[in-house]
Design a protein around this ligand. Structure first.
Ligand SMILES: Nc1ncnc2c1ncn2[C@@H]1O[C@H](COP(=O)(O)OP(=O)(O)OP(=O)(O)O)[C@@H](O)[C@H]1O
Ligand SMILES: [Mg+2]
Length: 152
């Protein structure tokens, strides 16, 4: 699935489009360079789920936890890892494999320990906007994509 996101509002709308498609335990990797729009997409998803507070980048905290719409959503950012071992040292595997939905920025910095993605969303700067590519990597990811209607 490929789409062009002309501005930050469209990136948020794209995130919002994932809301009806979430299922317990889903793991979504958000990949792409610094500033590609990964946190913006997460913000749109959380707003669509009914979260009214701020949505901060977990760059310094590693993890922001949200409880919205009767689901737990864990938003990770591993950019600042010096080694993948920090994933284990921080005890983060306990968040995966349960009912919570995990969104992971910079998952590659926690390989091979971070669990694999059901869905990978790759964002890339393209002119003044962003190009988005979505890939399903598991049966659950494929099922999830059936419920996503692109905003653009
Ligand atoms: N489709 C878009 N077109 C133009 N600007 C966008 C788009 N989507 C997001 N942005 C802008 O890009 C900037 C960076 O966004 P964001 O913080 O979400 O990136 P990120 O991928 O999470 O970066 P990092 O890797 O540093 O965490 C923000 O100013 C945001 O408004
Ligand atoms: Mg970010």
């Amino acid at each position: 699935m490929l789409t062009f996101l002309a501005d930050a509002e469209t990136t948020e709308a794209f995130g919002a489009a994932l809301a009806p498609a979430l299922m317990p335990g889903l793991v979504i990797w958000l990949s792409g360079d610094l500033g590609a729009g990964k946190t913006t997409l997460t913000r749109g998803l959380l707003r669509a789920l009914g979260h009214q507070g701020s949505v901060k980048s977990p760059t310094y905290t590693l993890l922001e936890v949200y409880a919205v719409s009767r689901i737990a959503l864990y938003h990770f950012d591993f950019y600042r890892f010096n080694t993948p071992d920090e994933f284990l040292e921080a005890g983060l595997e306990e968040y995966f494999g349960g009912a919570g939905v995990c969104l992971v920025e910079w998952a590659d910095k926690a390989l091979p320990y971070v669990p694999p993605a059901d869905l990978e969303i790759h964002l890339q700067v393209a002119g003044d906007g962003r190009a988005a590519r979505v890939e399903a990597h598991s049966p659950r990811g494929i099922e999830c994509l059936k419920h996503v209607t692109l905003p653009c």
